[in-house]
Design a protein around this ligand. Structure first.
Ligand code: AMP
Length: 296
């Protein structure tokens, strides 16, 4: 497995692969890898000759500096897992490799004066006005900024994203379309722990007690799916709100049932051909998100 920290050396190697007709697959990550990330690598290897995994904790998508500082960093274990998964190339750039001082200063200014709309690379319309963006203003701006940079550096044939970050996936698809980037986006299923908890780098920050409560999150979503044909949207949301009220350690940020394409809340299942239930909670200090596709 090859490891690069500089864009120039990565691109020299990638040009070599491309000249030899290799199909390039790309998996962007923030590290602290688990089997959810590894499933993306495995999926890539089914379609592509070469898989590039980037590891970069992107500062511009965090609007809370403490969250950025506490984000788990497990470099040695990441490399071990990627070796086992037969990843071809790791790209782990420094912050200064990816951002100019000016870009970082602009983000800081946006945090301080809350002028999130400024410097927006592209307009995602309604996609980034709901759910995560309400809780984490500016998050998708930063995500779009880094994904655009990475896609332009790597120029993969296909890029793989997890359905776990459902809204992110919709925004990446919109980004690729609007910028006419020549890349196919493939969505991969959510990988879960045996008890249903969606794998996440943040799970390692849960205490033993919090971890024991965490499966309640996916349980709510599975319940919505099970009852979707016999209950109204509002009744389903209320069930989740009531269930989670029983667990004081969990603070519900939102539970939404949305159209899978527009991400707009629906009030009646007749309003859409594809629906997804999305949830975000705080469990202690740790913010967790999950979703389940109800039908498509
Ligand atoms: P992250 O490192 O959290 O930015 O995630 C990198 C990629 O892995 C994103 O496309 C995520 O959606 C995906 N991912 C994270 N957790 C999971 C999971 N449990 N199952 C499948 N994909 C995941």
């Amino acid at each position: 497995m090859l490891i690069f920290t500089s864009t120039a050396s990565l691109q020299t190697q990638l040009n070599n692969f491309k000249q030899n007709g290799k199909k390039i697959g790309f998996v962007p990550t923030m590290g602290a890898l688990h089997q959810g990330h590894i499933s993306l690598i495995t999926n890539t290897l089914k379609d592509c000759d070469v898989v590039i995994c980037s590891i970069f904790v992107n500062p511009t998508q965090f609007n809370d500096i403490r969250d950025l500082e506490k984000y788990p960093r497990t470099w040695n274990e990441d490399i071990r897992l990627l070796e086992i998964a037969k990843c071809t190339v790791v790209f782990a750039p420094t912050i200064s490799e990816m951002y100019t001082e000016q870009e970082l200063a602009l983000k800081q200014q946006h945090i301080e004066d809350k002028s999130w709309a400024l410097g927006k690379p592209i307009d995602f319309g309604i996609l980034d006005k709901v759910m995560e963006e309400i809780q984490r203003p500016g998050h998708f701006n930063g995500m779009a900024q880094i994904v655009t940079k990475l896609l332009r550096i790597v120029e993969p044939d296909i890029a793989y994203f997890g359905q776990k970050d459902f809204q992110q996936l919709a925004i990446v698809r919109s980004l690729v379309k609007q910028l006419s980037l020549p890349v196919e986006i493939i969505a991969c299923d959510i990988v879960r722990e045996k008890d249903g908890l969606a794998m996440s780098s943040r799970n390692t920050r849960l205490s033993v007690k919090e971890r024991a409560f965490a499966p309640a999150i996916s349980k709510c979503l599975f319940k919505i799916k099970e009852l979707a044909s016999i209950k109204t949207v509002i009744a389903l949301k209320n069930i989740v709100i009531d269930d989670l009220k029983q667990i004081p350690e969990i603070t519900l940020e939102y539970v939404e049932i949305v159209d899978a394409l527009t991400l707009q809340s629906i009030t009646d299942f007749k309003q859409t051909k594809s629906a997804v239930a999305c949830i975000a909670v705080k469990l202690g200090e740790v913010r967790l998100i999950d979703n389940v596709i109800l039908y498509s």
